[in-house]
Design a protein around this ligand. Sequence first.
Ligand code: ADP
Ligand code: ADP
Length: 239
Amino acid sequence: ATLLEFKNVSKQYSKDTKALSDVNFAVNEGEFVSIIGPSGAGKSTLLRCINRMIEASSGEIIFDGANVTEFKIRELKRLRTRIGMIFQHYNLVNRLSVIENVLHGRLGYKSTLAGVLGIYNEEEKRQAYSILRILGLEDHIYKRCDQLSGGQKQRVGIARALVQDPKMLLCDEPIASLDPNASKIIMDHLRNISSSMGITVLINLHQVDVAIKYSDRIIGVNKGTVVYDGPPEEIKANE
Ligand code: ADP
Ligand code: ADP
């Protein structure tokens, strides 16, 4: 079944910056899809239109049957708990511990009093610990995030997204700041999350070889338009 669909999506930042021009594509439930293209192609804009961190100028973005471009604040908050976001620079709160960052993520955009006060129930904590174990962070749970390596920080970012029990993960250049070793660990985790939890993954990458190795499908973007949409094997052949 289709989980996400772009219908003629365009984004114009200003008179002479058109970041996306009539973008069309669809992503099936459970798919692992990479978006590749040169810097400035529109990859980040495309990803951020999905959870409305950026507003598309025109077109429709259908997620799980609903047009998210029409969502009001309440629906938008719910959407953002169902779509986890992973960033190149992690976006963690550095002075907080790993577990605090992860539990913080569980709130999504609903700021409950308990959340503001940092009070979480046993079930919430158990779930957070379990996800941290899956990501190999069990020895770092109480460390402050500024004590971690880049690869460990990114795993915390993934854990923070996962505690919300999302249907989809949007990953915006998640390995662009990491060395090859840490990059492989992150990509293996994302692939494993997709296969074992059935979570749909949409990931921006500028490394074509990584996209080919991990993806079910690749969408190539250049100057704001889709220039390729198909299996990794054909990209390899055209290279
Ligand atoms: P990519 O992620 O592929 O590097 P981006 O989506 O970041 O591409 O950028 C696409 C185009 O939109 C670029 O020309 C970029 O300079 C422009 N752009 C991105 N963000 C903004 C912004 N906030 N304001 C104006 N122009 C922007
Ligand atoms: P901020 O005040 O910077 O928005 P937050 O604690 O709300 O701080 O979130 C930190 C960063 O992570 C922000 O850039 C925010 O947009 C992003 N973020 C957190 N959760 C989500 C989510 N579910 N979807 C999209 N972005 C998110």
